[in-house]
Design a protein around this ligand. Structure first.
Ligand SMILES: *[C@@H]1O[C@H](CO)[C@@H](O)[C@H](O)[C@H]1NC(C)=O
Length: 203
């Protein structure tokens, strides 16, 4: 069931899916042999201005390999103006060389425009996100690094990339005010549309 839904989602988005087809019979028989009900992957429509940020629990890695803490995103952003940006992968080139540094550099300007908090999200696990935050200088700049390791937020925002071993998140940035999206920056045309200078220009 899971794979069948993934296949149709991939077919719809035009992503090459031949490697998955090759494994489909095996996966389907394993799933149908399972006694638990198959989990359905539900991908919402892509987020837009005016939407409420879905209430999900994300994980925040702690220093020295401490147990990651649960963070309720709704609680974290309630009553605040925040920037949220998401990347397909921690430590990957586009994310480490462009998207994240743009938000590190922009912290003062974002604050001057009333953005109280910047949150960086990826589906990498909390330990990886903590290490990326620490080694990139992002955590020192005040950015909060959160793991959407089960892709719950990415799917609820309609921005997951299905089909790999790790479900990833499409690159995006948004501004939310008291939990409601006021500006949304998709990477569908250009990755640089999601970088901080473009976000600042819209505020
Ligand atoms: C997050 O917190 C809000 C408000 O405190 C609550 O209504 C919501 O159910 C929580 N979300 C989850 C996923 O626990």
């Amino acid at each position: 069931m899971l794979r069948i839904l993934l296949l149709s989602a991939l077919a719809a988005t035009g992503i090459a899916f031949s490697p998955i087809i090759a494994h489909a019979p095996l996966t389907s028989s394993l799933l149908s042999a399972s006694s638990s009900p198959a989990a359905a992957v539900t991908m919402a429509e892509e987020v837009k201005v005016g939407d409420k940020i879905p209430s999900v629990i994300l994980k925040e890695g702690q220093p020295d390999y401490g147990t990651p803490k649960d963070v309720n995103i709704s609680d974290l952003i309630a009553g605040k103006k925040v920037a949220i940006f998401a990347v397909p992968g921690a430590f990957t080139p586009g994310c480490s060389k462009s998207h994240l540094p743009s938000f590190i550099t922009a912290q003062d300007e974002l604050k001057a425009k009333g953005v109280e908090l910047t949150i960086c999200i990826a589906t990498n696990d909390a330990y990886v996100m903590e290490a990326w935050g620490r080694t990139s200088g992002g955590a020192d700049a005040g950015i909060i690094f959160l793991s959407d390791s089960n892709a719950e937020l990415s799917r609820a925002l309609g921005l997951s990339i299905e089909g790999g071993i790790l479900v990833r998140t499409k690159r995006f940035s948004l501004i939310a005010e008291d939990g409601v999206v006021s500006h949304y920056f998709s990477s569908a045309k250009e990755s640089s549309d999601t970088w901080a200078p473009n976000v600042l220009a819209a505020l």
